[in-house]
Design a protein around this ligand. Structure first.
Ligand code: FES
Ligand SMILES: [Fe+2]
Length: 388
């Protein structure tokens, strides 16, 4: 249970709030690169409570700028791009990727007015088929080159989910909540719900990029070896996971489930998949295929045969944000208790001018960041991604 103040500290994402300033130390994905096309080179989005647009100018540069035009507030989402930048649809003011105002068609050319105008702009980079923005202070850290984003010898694709009605911390807590597996996903994962899974051993170990979660399940019959399952929560909001696709010859699906804080009450999920044993290689990074993923059907009902929708249902049902002054945590929630403690520490570190967990600045380390992902239940061992 938390006090109302503690809950707000952990869940508020706006600029100037302790949690919002913490989250602004990390790069966040804002769109799939494939969403920007010749015909539609601008996409509006909301991140950390800010309304923004991402665009690609006709020179191929990506930019992220505030959605509202500084002239008279029309939306740049309906603008157009050219070789130099983005132009407002209303009176044609033009801005480059850094927010510099380049043209004001109705103003005298030598009046100097445009030099007084600066649109809010943030750095934007492309990696793993996603466009990422950084809303924090300079100097900006490196965009982490996590394995699933970078591996080349297989196939990569992305699911962009319908926006969830929950605060970002609910999915993040779920990443260190091993005990929901048998109940929320038990039927789909063919794991019979059981009341004795507290016999499992759970370990949560802070490491360089977040918290490593490890589950050791006793053998089902006497004499059976225990089974290890281990994968990390990457701070602040990404689960690095792996499973086998039952319906497709047991193909291995490494994945990153990135739960991006849209505002205090909404979360945008991107799931990046990598399949090492599929022979058709990923096309060039910008063309990584992507698809939109709905958690509800045409009647507005959750599609509860899908594991990720089962999670989404649970998180939305908790409230946005969930009221942590009313909860009752037990020993099965030790991962969540630890996560909140570490998050509070990280928020304090940022408040005191320090660098939080998982921020990458060493280019040598950032060539490829691989994780010790183990899932003996499906036969995946650490770093052995080429399993059939
Ligand atoms: S509102 Fe954008 S140019 Fe006038
Ligand atoms: Fe889950």
């Amino acid at each position: 249970m938390l006090t109302r103040e503690e809950n707000e500290t952990l869940t508020r994402v706006g600029r100037g709030t302790p949690g919002g300033e913490y989250l602004r130390r990390y790069w966040m994905p804002v769109a799939c690169a494939g969403e920007l096309t010749e015909d539609k080179a601008i996409k509006a989005f909301r991140l950390l409570g800010e309304n923004l647009v991402v665009f690609r100018d006709k020179s191929g540069r990506y930019g992220v700028v505030a959605e509202q035009c500084p002239h008279r507030k029309a939306s740049l989402a309906f603008g157009r791009v050219d070789e130099e930048g983005i132009r407002c649809p209303y009176h044609g003011w033009k801005f480059d990727c850094t927010g510099k105002c380049l043209e004001q068609p109705a103003e005298p050319i030598d009046g100097g007015f445009k030099d007084k105008i600066k649109q809010t702009a943030y750095p934007c980079e492309r990696l793993g088929g996603l466009l990422w923005a950084y809303l924090g202070p300079e100097p900006r850290p490196l965009l982490p080159r996590w394995d699933v984003l970078v591996w080349e010898d297989g196939k990569r694709w992305i699911e962009k989910h319908e926006i969830y009605n929950c605060n970002w911390l609910q999915p993040t807590e779920n990443s260190v909540d091993p005990s929901h597996l048998y109940w929320l996903h038990g039927d789909t994962a063919h794991l019979a719900p059981t009341v004795d899974h507290y016999e499992e051993e759970h370990a949560f170990t802070p490491f360089e990029y977040g918290i490593m979660k490890r589950r050791v399940t006793p053998g089902r019959k006497p004499g059976d070896a225990p089974v290890v399952d281990q994968h990390p929560l990457l701070f602040p909001c990404t689960l690095r996971h792996v499973f086998r696709e039952r319906l497709l010859e047991g193909r291995v699906r490494h994945n990153l489930q990135i739960r991006v804080p849209v505002d205090d009450a909404h979360t945008q999920v991107f799931v990046v998949y990598f399949s090492p044993n599929e022979t058709d290689r990923s096309p060039a990074d910008g063309d990584t295929p992507w698809e939109f993923f709905r958690i509800r059907d045409d009647n507005g009902e959750y599609r509860l045969d899908q594991v990720l929708v089962q999670d989404a249902m649970a998180w939305e049902s908790q409230g946005a944000p969930t009221d942590r002054t009313q909860e009752h945590l037990g020993v099965g929630d030790e991962g969540i208790i630890l996560l909140r403690k570490i998050l509070r520490e990280q928020i304090d570190i940022v408040r005191n001018g320090g660098e939080p967990l998982g921020v990458v600045r060493d280019a040598g380390k950032n060539r490829l960041i691989e994780f010790e992902v183990v899932n003996e239940r499906i036969g995946i061992l650490a770093k052995e991604k080429k399993v059939a």
